[in-house]
Design a protein around this ligand. Structure first.
Ligand code: AVJ
Length: 314
């Protein structure tokens, strides 16, 4: 199975991924399965934690550089947001740029309609055209906006969940979706002191631990599992060779359990690898742009150099 971390999920898809992932020598469950209802709630909570700097730092950068972005992208573009979710950062962009249309793309159709309606109400005159679909493949944009120059928006360092090859593939698909003369505004978390990273992914209040462990609870709920969740522990560690934070669930002792109609065994100390979050220096972000057919136009960071906000052109 080709594993594309950001690809949306269905029930049987989840079962297949869990069976395949738990059958490997290094057990793994792809990070995209974190986001059931409970997981999405816990992630919202993570974004407000004192240790989790990315969300508030990126919001600060969008506020500080909205006018610069507007100058670089020009007027009357169609803004295409990849994985728009609840579109919480979109108003920060729309406040500054004179957009003609907004195309939120998300896999969850109901969520999408709700947030699109709210956005349309708040921006009279903006042509809002939600697309329910999988943005990891080149996707046809609504006919009504096709003639417009496009501005892609991909905040949140979601790109960090993919390995380097996967990131290049995704950014190439964006380029294909957005067409000639496109621009892309993308947020990418920076490499930094591993201690800061490890705190951001293992907070004192234990919210990230609950987020990680919820994956096992989700397996139990949805795949008829009997995993003893209390006998696993959250671990976040910086992998310097790969330039990524890894999240694992560590088995506290030897055990066996069932899920999706199969039996699995795990040794004490063995882990289930649940997430990679790749971090990029500004130079690495520039290389990523170039490798995927984009030309860097601007790069901003906060004074502490925690997070990167980039504007690229096709
Ligand atoms: C949503 C993938 C950007 O990697 O920081 C947060 C997910 N995982 N805390 C990230 C996450 C643990 C987040 N992304």
């Amino acid at each position: 199975m080709l594993d594309i971390p950001l690809r949306p999920t269905t029930g049987s898809d989840f079962a297949h991924a869990v069976v395949a992932g738990l059958s490997q020598p290094q057990k793994v469950v792809p990070a995209r399965y974190f986001y059931d209802r409970r997981g999405s709630e816990l992630f919202e909570e993570i974004t407000r934690l004192p240790e989790y700097y990315p969300t508030r730092t990126e919001i600060g950068l969008l506020e500080a550089h909205g006018a610069d972005i507007a100058r670089l992208v020009g007027a009357r573009r169609a803004v295409v947001e990849f994985g728009s979710g609840s579109s919480t950062k979109t108003p920060l962009l729309l406040r500054h740029i004179d957009a003609a249309a907004y195309v939120p793309i998300d896999i969850s159709a109901e969520f999408l309609e709700e947030s699109a309606a709210a956005l349309a109400a708040a921006h009279p005159g903006l042509d809002v055209r939600p697309v329910a679909g999988d943005f990891t493949r080149p996707i046809a944009l609504p006919v009504a906006v096709r003639a417009r120059p496009m501005l892609g928006f991909f905040p949140g360092s979601t790109i960090g969940n993919l390995d380097h090859a996967g990131a290049v593939d995704l950014l190439r698909a964006f380029r294909e979706t957005l067409g000639a003369d496109a621009r892309l505004v993308i947020g990418i978390d920076r490499r930094k002191n591993p201690r800061l990273l490890e705190a951001a992914y293992d907070d004192a209040a234990g919210v990230t631990a609950a987020f990680n462990l919820n994956l096992l609870e989700r397996i139990n709920r949805e795949l008829d599992g009997d995993i003893p969740v209390d006998e696993f522990e959250h671990r976040a560690m910086w992998n310097d060779d790969c330039g990524r934070i890894e999240m694992h669930l560590v088995a506290l002792h030897d055990m066996s359990f069932h899920a999706a109609g199969r039996r699995f065994t795990i040794r004490g100390g063995e882990t289930i690898h649940t997430e990679n979050s790749y971090k990029y220096t500004p130079e690495e972000a520039r290389l990523l742009a170039r490798a995927s057919g984009w030309e860097p136009l601007a790069a901003w960071s906060d004074p502490a150099g925690l997070f990167g906000l980039y504007v690229w052109r096709a």
